[in-house]
Design a protein around this ligand. Structure first.
Ligand code: PLP
Length: 338
């Protein structure tokens, strides 16, 4: 098997940088969905607790239950629960789903301020408040998500303006319906760093904490460091004469005598097959031929080979984003924190 090394110093370094922007560790809501972006849910949750993170964001009820003991507050983005919980808050993604939540559930209302994916329309705000009241739910927060916070365009600004309007009306409605003081949040990683003077109740931070945020240079955030590196062990090696070919389809042809090593990981472990196009490891070791399900051959005879230590680099070869490279890594891969 391949194995994953998680670098705690780099994780804490990133959290320090994030906490400066949020103005406090207590305002960081660490996004742990999809096995903590492939890093390992329990490993990251445990380090986050050690650092002093109190809030987490997950996708499912199952993930929430798995990290319940690590945090004071958990927000579930994508599921309606069977029963209410003290610690866990659930997202209302659609006005039609409000009656499906058990009475007394703590909920956060997601507003569609322009992404048109999840959330109620801005025009449905008044109706949603009265439905939430009728259903006996406990409304704690209003939030939204940006569609283009990582792009250097005006989109982030008009979505912010939309959310500002939502905030004003929601405060009035909260008074009217007796929901007390609501919390507001709208920022993911890229959006947080675009605020000059961040003043929301929390930021939902994923990719920046994992150190794999890729932004246009004008928006770049200095000194974030990747947390995850992927290693693999050699199964076998062989000497090839010039003209010999490697792997399925014989895609790679040796131009001179060389030694290649075959390593015990492939797309079955989540290493994208698409990254094969000319991929080189951080130590400039060349991947030769196609990536197989459980095997990948490199121009190397090292027993332990560093495959990557920055998912954004692999993403370039695979023509995708670091998020996909990371979340593709299977939960069965052994993770070790150093
Ligand atoms: C995934 C997600 C985030 C985190 O985004 P990053 O770009 O990784 O910081 C924040 N909010 C919501 C609603 C998400 O789905």
């Amino acid at each position: 098997m391949a194995y994953i090394i998680l670098n705690k110093n780099n994780f804490f370094n990133n959290l320090d940088i994030i906490a400066k922007s949020t103005k406090g560790r207590d305002k960081i809501a660490l996004v742990l969905k999809d096995n903590a972006y492939g890093h390992g849910l329990s490993e990251i949750a445990s380090m986050a607790k050690e650092y002093g993170i109190k809030r987490a964001v997950v996708r499912t009820c199952q993930e929430a239950n798995m990290v319940e003991n690590f945090f004071d507050y958990i927000l579930v983005l994508g599921e309606i629960p069977a029963s209410k919980s003290d610690k866990i808050r659930y997202t209302i993604n659609d006005i039609k789903s409000i009656e499906k939540f058990p009475q007394g559930t703590k909920v956060e209302l997601k507003i569609d301020t322009g992404m048109h994916r999840n959330g109620i329309a801005m025009s449905e705000l008044d109706a949603a408040f009265s439905k939430i009241k009728e259903s006996g739910l406990v409304l704690e927060a209003i939030f939204t998500h940006h569609r283009s916070s990582d792009e250097l365009t005006s989109e982030w600004f008009w979505q912010n303006d939309n959310f500002k309007k939502v905030k004003e009306r929601a405060k009035e409605l909260a008074n009217e319906f007796g929901f007390g003081t609501l919390r507001f949040h709208s920022s993911n990683s890229a959006s947080l760093f675009r605020h000059v003077d961040f003043d929301e109740d929390m930021a939902r931070v994923g990719i920046a904490a994992y150190g794999c945020m890729k932004l246009p240079s004008a928006l770049n955030v200095e000194n974030l460091k990747p947390v995850l590196s992927l290693w693999a062990s050699k199964i076998s090696s062989r000497e090839l004469r010039a003209g010999k070919r490697v792997g399925y389809g014989g895609d790679y042809k040796a131009t001179k005598v060389c030694v290649v090593g075959n390593y015990d990981f492939g797309y079955g472990d989540g290493f994208l097959r698409a990254s094969a196009c000319g991929y080189k490891t951080p130590n400039a070791t060349e991947l030769v031929g196609r990536v197989s399900m459980d095997n990948s051959t490199f121009m190397s005879s090292e027993d332990e080979l560093l495959i990557f230590d920055d998912a954004t680099e692999v993403a370039k070869y695979a023509k995708t984003i670091s998020y996909e490279v990371l979340t593709s890594l299977k939960p069965e891969i052994k993770r070790t924190v150093i």
